[in-house]
Design a protein around this ligand. Sequence first.
Ligand SMILES: Nc1ncnc2c1ncn2[C@@H]1O[C@H](COP(=O)(O)OP(=O)(O)OP(=O)(O)O)[C@@H](O)[C@H]1O
Length: 640
Amino acid sequence: MTADIKKETLGFQTEAKQLLHLMINSLYSNKEIFLRELISNASDAIDKLRFASLADESLLEGQGDFAIRVDVDKDANTITITDNGIGMTREEVIDHLGTIAKSGTAAFLENLTGDQKKDSQLIGQFGVGFYSAFIVADRVEVHTRKAGHDADAGVLWESHGESEFSIESLPRDTRGTSITLHLKPTATEFADDWRVRSVIKKYSDHIAVPVEMLQPATPPAPEGEETAEEAPEPQYEAVNEATALWTRPRAEITDDEYKAFYRHISHDYDDPLTWSHNKVEGKQEYTSLLYIPKRAPFDLWNREMARGLKLYVQRTFIMDEAEQFLPLYLRFVKGVVDSNDLPLNVSREILQRDSSVDAMRSALSKRVLDMLSKLAKKGGEDYATFWKEFGQVLKEGPAEDMANKEKIAKLLRFATTHTDQADQDQSLDEYVARMQEGQEKIYYVVAENFNTARKSPHLEVFRKKGIEVLLLTDRVDDWLMNQLQEFDGKPLQDVARGALDLQDDSEEGKAEQEKLEKESESLVERLTKVLGDSVSEVRPSARLTESPACLVVGDYDMGAQMRRILEAAGQPVPDSKPILEINPAHPLLQMLDSEQDEARFADLGQVILDQATLAEGGQLEDPASFVSRLNALLLQMSKA
Ligand SMILES: Nc1ncnc2c1ncn2[C@@H]1O[C@H](COP(=O)(O)OP(=O)(O)OP(=O)(O)O)[C@@H](O)[C@H]1O
């Protein structure tokens, strides 16, 4: 059969083109990463074939020694990376190397800021992949043949990395892929044997497949000396260590090796914040190597974000993104798990049902939480960095993972009135240590933003008494507090909810309070009447020292923040009315008390209620009436 020699020229998909252009222009200062990316792809291709051959051994075509070879040619100014992995069909070549955008490309492009430095980091996170070849090459040829297909199914793909690529049939005896890079004049160093060796060592020691290069040629014998025999043909030799990193004993692995491996599996440019490598023996046997990244991926909040660990069974790669091994709130963790017990033909469906996977998931969750508490205890900037990037995700934990509620709670960080800074850097343990004698609860206020929280009228009495309050402003916070309920046996109390038990219990204090209530009785009664259905109750306040009034949520009613979130999401919100608490000692309330004109009393009363709503960051149902009432009152004042 004659090979189909038809040659087609096709255009890159728009997003692929954009990405290619961006990458070439942002990554030129870190050229050598192309080799890491191409070797990484080659090793993935070998992993895929190894896995496929478990079900169909004939795919190996009798050749089960896997290797990646790197050849350099100084004269031709090329470097070629060859693997004997799964290879690609013509359709796969067209799809993967030209037309199908990687998942997330569009989201990635949207996330670009235009700032070169930031964007190049983002590109690193995104995983630059095959196109990184064009950082160093002005022409790239890919010759490939899918395992299990005839030699005639070989395909040659070629591109100058601009807008098009060509594809034609070219028979290939061996399965797998070779990628030849015709180096740019600025990248000729990558045709140099020693330079390439050092890059391979740097990035590929931990790859389980040997990466081979030809032994350096022995220098010719000096003139006049007889060479005993013909110089032997140079042989290929492994340049990298070629053992899966996680299978080696911890004590023998250097930090640099751990970091390089992290970059390999995560495609991150940065080093990880920390990692944990463990071998578990006994009822279950597995090894895990888990990393905490320094930066959140751009799609952390995308439901479809790629998450999960790389799964191996007895050192054979099974799948990427096995998400069954960690709960959703730990979705930022990267790493590898290698099980000795799972069957080699394990599928995602089996993982979902397997009880040993559940046991591993709970052990791995604990491991991550322990790793985080260690990081927190270590002090320094690392935990703060972690919290900034992933704190919001961790806050989902108490709801998802009841068993580890207390452990997670210890890892939470908050802004509080202790520092009065927006930085979330105080732990609940620290709060508890600072609690006043007799203080039984942990107090918090929830608001839309830091300033509203910090200036909330609800805090007045706490500030006066020197009691610390957590200042919560993240969307999940109200919900988080409802999930947590308590910490270290101390209930968590929203300062805007229910009656406050901060009264002064001394005889004097009690008498004072009673007097206040008695004196404000008629004012409360009049206000209750004019405010009617807008509030569920009017009462004198133990909370306020400076503000005239504030809104309080009933013990069992939904908090204001939760209400706003649900409303914004178009969810039904149960009907409940706030309680208006007034500060009878405030001059405005005293003026109100002595107001004889009932119409003016009603207007002023309404303004006080509206102000209390505004002060907690709420919205008025009828802002125009508020403004006209206020204006009328201002005018009356100027006339008086
Ligand atoms: N050496 C190879 N052998 C077989 N298939 C390959 C090879 N190199 C690339 N591919 C195919 O091309 C696809 C695109 O490669 P590319 O490196 O751009 O992205 P990726 O590997 O999917 O992502 P990333 O590099 O971010 O992990 C791969 O997913 C794979 O299907």
